[in-house]
Ligand binder design. Structure first.
Ligand SMILES: NC(=O)c1ccc[n+]([C@@H]2O[C@H](COP(=O)([O-])OP(=O)(O)OC[C@H]3O[C@@H](n4cnc5c(N)ncnc54)[C@H](OP(=O)(O)O)[C@@H]3O)[C@@H](O)[C@H]2O)c1
Length: 328
């Protein structure tokens, strides 16, 4: 008889209330995969986009939301080496984290860093994979450069501030309240700009311009980012909270020799994600284990309260990460 588990599904595209508890079969590990008994699942903005019908899972992925989790390895598929039953890991998921069990490629699992609990570990994969691959690999951030991250108090922003600071960049952030700006400074930003009262373009130009900008806002931020960049600056676009369409004078790109780029993590190949996991293990896990970088925790909800967790995220009142307690 098929063994069943509790999960949260998206009953139809819509607001937080379409997230409902259900029962689903416990997944089996495919080739190269493990199954985790989920302790905590991280909640991310892309989950809300998926819930609203604006971000479909890639082919073959679970239709259940949830892009990251911490948990214990309870089943191992063929072709997996380096993981054993009972190992405590955190993992980037193709989907399906809002459930008691989830299958994911073994190569996308990382050990729970020494000294970190399962709740914190669940918050690591989505933002650390995204920030590492966009800020350091794609954006090429170097020590001493001026780095601007928008949405500095978000899950992505709090991770980006800490990592850029740890690798010696000068960090600037924008956020929507003085309280959020204070949180950005406490995390290592040299200056945080309340975008509701101050102009980030003027603030960055006063410093000589940004060498790298990580942007999730888009819309009219796109031409303003281009103005805020220094010569040879790079703009890395990871989302469009204000929309993907803008009018842009490309002459500035030519004159300042700018690079405009971007990426999204979920549709990338398993191999590409495995390479990011390897890089993180080598370059970032020692910082987590030394306590030099840590996830910023906002709040935890029970799995059955996933709708309330989404409502909190969409209120934008939160600072840092929101998690679902599954069996932790
Ligand atoms: N490309 C990728 O691979 C990838 C991966 C993961 C996440 N993302 C994207 O990265 C972003 C952050 O994700 P997250 O999980 O960290 O989300 P999050 O914690 O909910 O953060 C979103 C932040 O954006 C700010 N914001 C919301 N609406 C805004 C608007 N209209 N204009 C300006 N700022 C706005 C809010 O801060 P304020 O109150 O300060 O405005 C909020 O803290 C999301 O857009 C997500 O889709 C992309």
């Amino acid at each position: 008889m098929t063994k069943m588990m509790r999960a949260v599904e998206i009953t139809s595209p819509g607001g937080p209330d379409v997230l409902q508890l259900t029962e689903r079969p416990i997944p089996e590990p495919g080739h190269g995969q493990v199954v985790l008994k989920v302790a905590y699942a991280g909640v991310n903005r892309p989950d809300a986009l998926q819930r609203a019908g604006a971000y479909d899972p890639p082919p073959g992925a679970s239709d259940l939301p949830g892009l990251e989790a911490s948990g214990e390895v309870v089943a191992i598929g063929a072709g997996v080496s380096g993981l054993a039953l009972g190992d405590k890991v955190c993992a980037l998921l193709p989907g399906g984290g809002y459930a008691e069990y989830v299958a994911t490629p073994a190569a996308h699992c990382l050990p729970v860093p020494d000294g970190m609990d399962m709740k914190q570990a669940a918050c690591l994969p989505e933002t650390f994979f995204t920030v590492w691959s966009n800020v350091f690999t794609r954006g090429g951030l170097k020590a001493g450069e001026r780095f601007l991250v928008h949405g500095g108090s978000s899950g992505i922003g709090t991770t980006a501030i800490q990592l850029a600071n740890a690798f010696g960049a000068r960090v600037f952030a924008t956020a929507g309240s003085d309280e959020k700006c204070a949180a950005c400074v406490a995390l290592g930003a040299e200056k945080a700009i309340n975008y509701k009262t101050d102009d980030f373009v003027a603030a960055l130009r006063a410093e000589g311009g940004a060498d790298l900008i990580l942007d999730m806002v888009g819309g009219d931020y796109i031409p303003r980012n281009v103005k805020a960049l220094a010569e040879d600056g790079r703009l890395v676009q990871i989302a469009f909270l204000q929309g993907p369409v803008a009018e842009l004078n490309f002459a500035l790109m030519m004159v300042k020799r700018l690079t405009l780029t971007g990426s999204t993590l979920r549709p990338q190949s398993d191999l590409a994600k495995a390479r990011i996991a390897q890089d993180l293990h080598e370059a970032v896990w020692p910082l987590l284990e030394a306590g030099k970088v840590a996830p910023v925790m906002d709040s935890a909800f029970d799995l059955a309260e996933a709708a309330a967790a989404h409502a909190r995220m969409e209120s934008s009142d939160h600072i840092g990460k929101i998690v679902l307690k599954v069996s932790g």
